[in-house]
Design a protein around this ligand. Structure first.
Ligand code: URA
Length: 267
């Protein structure tokens, strides 16, 4: 059975049969077999690597061993919370810190959960931490962070009064944009943060954050032109501070967006 599947998988991959030498598995196939053995592979992020019918065929015949529980002499009195949607603040933060659902956990120093006032009226949502944030354990540090702090101050909001987080909680060492799968994984955490904070206004900075929160593919230039709603909470989409540093001429528009935030907060 596995031999037959191997042949079918091989024929669906881009690697020529003669390049595998009969013993060296192409990377995609090696990972696929590890996966079917119940060994966690990071390619859960890229399930499209295998044709669906082959996945179904293999999972029907290969028994995946149950995960072994580590022996515990003194089991904890309180069971670890694993469902973000029912977590309290502390449980949620610890769930995020322990998250191993994507490969960013391998390179991060820690997850950057967010910081500020847990009862904030304004929630700022950015894209993802960068290396500086990973090192300093706080979202929006560095130049873009300083600009964000100054922008908030300009509408009379000290940084400590708002809550600042990102759609993705861990930094990516290759400086790329967050992947859809990473955004989806962290979305559960962000949603619970929003439920717990219950902000009066959400201020999404940058295209990635705005598009993710609004499930939209529209450009940030279009999204910022109107007010949105995230599950009953007014949402203002605006430019990312890092973009404003590169393109200061757009600061005037960002200021208009901030004034709109301020107006919604005082209504
Ligand atoms: N740092 C963050 O925490 N978020 C961003 O979107 C950019 C830099």
């Amino acid at each position: 059975m596995i031999g037959r599947i191997h042949k079918r998988v091989m024929s669906s991959l881009s690697v020529p049969q003669d390049k595998t030498d009969g013993c060296e598995l192409p990377e995609e196939l090696r990972r696929y077999y590890l996966d079917t053995m119940g060994i966690q592979v990071w390619d859960e992020l890229y399930p499209e690597a295998m044709p669906m019918d082959v996945q179904q065929e293999v999972s029907a015949v290969v028994e995946i061993p149950a995960q072994q529980e580590a022996p515990q002499d003194n089991p904890p009195a309180i069971e670890a919370q694993t469902d973000a949607s029912t977590c309290n603040w502390q449980e949620l933060e610890s769930l995020v810190q322990q998250c191993t659902k994507c490969k960013l956990q391998v390179t991060r120093s820690q997850a950057i959960f967010g910081s500020g006032n847990q009862n904030a009226r304004l929630l700022v949502v950015g894209e993802a931490p960068k290396q500086d944030e990973d090192a300093q354990a706080e979202a929006f540090v560095g130049e873009a962070g300083d600009l964000l702090t100054a922008m908030l101050k300009a509408i009379d909001l000290p940084r400590e009064e708002v809550y600042i987080t990102n759609i993705v909680k861990c930094y990516s060492p290759d400086k790329r944009d967050p992947l859809t799968a990473e955004i989806e994984i962290c979305n559960t955490y962000l949603r619970r943060q929003i439920e717990l904070i219950q902000p009066k206004v959400i201020y999404a900075v940058g295209a990635m954050a705005s598009q993710a929160l609004l499930a939209s593919e529209e450009s940030i230039s279009l999204l910022r032109e109107r007010q949105h709603n995230f599950e009953g909470i007014p949402l203002i989409a605006s430019f990312h501070p890092a973009y404003l540093l590169r393109k200061p001429s757009e600061k005037r528009k960002a200021w208009q967006d901030l004034l709109q935030v301020k107006k919604l907060l005082t209504e």
